[in-house]
Design a protein around this ligand. Sequence first.
Ligand code: S3P
Length: 170
Amino acid sequence: MKKIFLIGFMGSGKSTLGKKIASHLHLEFIDMDDYIELKEGRSISSIFEKEGEEYFRVLEHEALKELLGKENVLVSAGGGTPCFFNNMELINASAQSVYLKVEPEMLLGRLKGATTQRPLLANLSVEELRLQISEKLAVRESFYLQSKIVHPSKGSPNKDLADLVAILSH
Ligand code: S3P
């Protein structure tokens, strides 16, 4: 029985990589944001816009508890999931947790063209985005580092995939 949570900042590749790792390990793949959107019948952006971030964090906490009840899954957590309530403690109590650690400049490169569907990054200039990444990472890294496995990304999706499949297949 396996239950794996992929942790990391927005743009770290949790979903893309998670999907591939799950397929290699024959696990069901669940993206937490997709799970919340399906359950609520609306997008994360619309939840943020209409109800605010605090409300979203409660939904996220509830979704996390539901997902922790599943077996044989690989879940890609939202970038903020580990940093609210006792979420990281809950994850570590019953799942394997993996922090996909990506350098801020690489996150910036990936997030530049992908801010519209991310309410925390919407409408930021490149400089504002750089600042937002470094400020948020400074606060969040201590939560991410509570993961049982810390994987510094090699910057090559294929290499990361091979490394993580090898680490997680035991
Ligand atoms: C968030 C990350 C997003 C999503 C929401 C908030 C965050 O998920 O949950 O927009 O606080 O970092 P991804 O990390 O999958 O983009």
